[in-house]
Ligand binder design. Structure first.
Ligand code: SAM
Length: 265
């Protein structure tokens, strides 16, 4: 193996160098010998080795950087499980193909964290738990409640599938090279399937329409979007037509998406 290349900015490479932080992140995943664990972006392996030591039943890696994917594929580990390495872009991964229960963990590349989490919560058939380290600002959006400035489409979407538990903040000094911002670790605990959105496409479309115009009243946003009789539908759901999108709970957004999704089909 040749000398390790410089960290690549284009792949959001900020490698953890603090062993205590790495262990705290892995602890949050609560790995047992029954678990199948998927890590996105192992890089040099700050958390990978710790996950492996915890002895899950299966362990899979997805790494876009060919150098680090090869590193893990060639690494001889003294004990099971064998590590399955995919040299792929996680943004193009078919999450629907993950059979059975899986736990997912990552120190996520900041430039792709939001779309990746969006896909993972909504498309993984049996997600049992997930732990992500992300930019603190994004973590605050995941955690945000209605009526706050951080509350937006990402908050509603993620909270429609999982309960978000705040973990801890990690300063730039824990990484090499250090990022410009603080990071935070969050845990996702999936909600029961019967509480997931019944019509995810309609919810996704509704969130895009509403949060592009978050300061406007719902009735005017929906009218502009060509929805028939928005005030009556909103009133039927017990939502004031004058309400602004940022005041609606995830459950209310789901109701709204279903009501308009139905009326359009
Ligand atoms: N897990 C390591 C750690 O904690 O030190 C590395 C974390 S670094 C913030 C992000 C990692 O994700 C890098 O190894 C990078 O190459 C990888 N990566 C970036 N974009 C990716 C993508 N689209 N799919 C898969 N891996 C990606």
């Amino acid at each position: 193996m040749t000398a390790a290349p410089r960290a690549k900015k284009s792949l959001g490479q900020h490698f953890l160098k603090d062993a205590k932080t790495s262990a705290r992140i892995v602890d949050l995943l609560r790995i047992t010998s029954e678990d199948r664990v998927l890590e996105i972006g192992p890089g040099p392996g700050a958390i990978t080795g710790i996950i492996h030591e915890r002895g899950p039943a299966r362990f899979r890696l997805i790494e876009k950087d060919g150098y680090w994917a090869a590193h893990h594929a060639e690494l001889e580990r003294p004990a099971p499980p064998a590590v399955e390495v995919l040299n792929d872009d996680a943004l193009a991964f078919p999450w629907e193909s993950l059979e059975g229960p899986w736990k997912i963990i990552s120190n996520l590349p900041y430039n792709v964290a939001s779309p990746l989490m969006w896909d993972i919560v909504s498309r993984t058939p049996e997600l049992t738990r997930a732990v992500f380290m992300i930019q603190k600002e994004v973590a605050e959006r995941l955690y945000a409640v209605p009526g706050t400035k951080d509350y937006g489409a990402l908050s509603v979407w993620i909270q429609s599938y999982v309960r978000v538990e705040w973990g801890f903040v990690v300063g730039p000094g824990a990484f090499n090279p250090p990022p410009k911002v603080d990071s935070a670790v969050v845990t996702f605990v999936p909600l029961p399937k019967d509480r997931h959105p019944k019509n995810p496409e309609a919810l996704s479309a509704m969130l895009k329409v509403c949060f592009q115009l978050r300061r406007k009243q719902l009735q005017s946003i929906l009218r502009r979007a060509g929805r028939a009789d928005p005030a009556a539908v909103l009133e039927g759901l017990g939502i004031a037509p004058e309400a602004r999108p940022e005041t609606l709970s995830p459950a209310q957004f789901q109701q709204l998406a279903e009501a308009f999704g139905r009326s359009e089909s």
